[in-house]
Design a protein. Structure first.
Length: 344
């Protein structure tokens, strides 16, 4: 398959081979989304001659039946069982089974939204830049009241800390982003995803990828849409696991946290510190300032963006901050206790 690259003058230069590509979709209980997602991918799969591999972690809601029905009439669709259930294990399994048939693979999240030309743009960017990994920005969108508030928070600096793959920037070389396309050879050379990570496996892989000299390109030619958790409990559990994953990365690679990651670590100590208010009311100050900052920022969002969900976005951000901080500290302390026990 051949495409043409154009220079800054819009003139066609030498043709470049696009290479073989496959799509990998790890999923678990996504019956409400998987059918429409596969239908959307069938046209680009024909254009790019792609296999679509759905790696299922043991769905019980009809996801597997939906995939089997589609696979019966579409030769490009393959269903794989993922006994370990984790996304990291599922993608590793798909590459182990079918990686010899592709130069690139595109990771698609079953619970996300994608432009019709998403795969085309990713392959184009890989060819044009020579990147080993092409990552994308995420635009978060919600439907119900709480989900819309969570989306407002996650799309703001209050919720994402200014993360480039959350806010979107012009195309540039980076050290991390939301995983989209990767060269199979690079993925295999560094050993694929670490299957001991249930969350943050993408950031962990990117550390090893860049350490090995491979390059990651953040594209501005396409974007994916992410749908946040629709309840406070689900959002808390998600960010608790995110915090745990980040702590595991810090312990495994001894990498320092960026400022936007370090600031939320103060939340749990501040909240716990309120228990000392019986000794001094000043113990309420750290948590009080955090609450005021979140609610104030949410109110500012409501006024500036005319977003009715701004005030509730402040509450959503508080849930995210507290959960992330709690998860990080729990995992960090656990990891060091395990290291101490192993050394003794």
């Amino acid at each position: 398959m051949i495409d043409h690259v154009v220079n800054d003058m819009g003139e066609s230069t030498r043709p470049l081979p696009k290479g073989r590509c496959m799509v990998v979709i790890p999923c678990l209980n996504e019956v409400d989304h998987i059918g429409a997602l596969i239908d959307q991918l069938l046209e680009p799969a024909e254009r790019l001659d792609m296999k679509i591999v759905i790696v299922d972690g043991g769905s019980t809601d009809g996801t597997r039946a939906t995939v089997r029905e589609l696979a019966a009439s579409q030769r490009r669709i393959v269903l794989l069982d993922n006994p370990r259930r984790l996304q990291s294990a599922g993608i590793n399994l798909a590459i182990a089974r079918y990686g010899d048939e592709a130069d690139y693979f595109i990771r698609i999240d079953a619970h996300g939204g994608y432009p019709d030309d998403y795969c085309d743009r990713l392959v184009d960017e890989a060819v044009a830049t020579g990147a080993d990994s092409v990552v994308v920005s995420m635009a978060t969108m919600g439907f119900g009241a709480f989900q819309k508030a969570a989306a407002t928070a996650q799309n703001s600096k209050l919720g994402n800390g200014g993360s480039p793959h959350r806010e979107g920037m012009p195309g540039h070389w980076t050290d991390h982003g939301h995983h989209a396309l990767m060269r199979v050879e690079a993925f295999r050379k560094i050993g694929g995803y670490d299957e001991s990570f249930s969350h943050n496996e993408d950031a962990e892989l990117d550390l090893r990828l860049t350490d090995a000299g491979y390059r990651i390109w953040m594209t501005d030619k396409t974007v994916m849409t992410y749908y946040p958790r629709a309840s406070a409990g689900a959002l808390f559990r998600q960010y608790l696991n995110y915090g745990r994953g980040r702590a595991r990365n810090v312990v495994k690679h001894r990498t320092p946290l960026k400022l936007r990651q370090a600031l939320p670590l103060l939340v749990l100590p501040g909240v716990v510190g309120t228990s000392l208010a019986f000794l001094s009311l000043s113990a309420l100050a750290p948590a009080g300032l955090w609450v005021a900052a979140c609610l104030g920022y949410g109110a500012w969002l409501a006024i500036r963006q005319r977003d009715l969900y701004g005030p509730l976005a402040g509450v959503s951000a508080m849930i995210m901050h507290l959960a992330w901080s709690t998860g990080f500290w729990l995992e960090y302390v656990k990891s060091w206790k395990q290291r101490g026990a192993a050394a003794s």
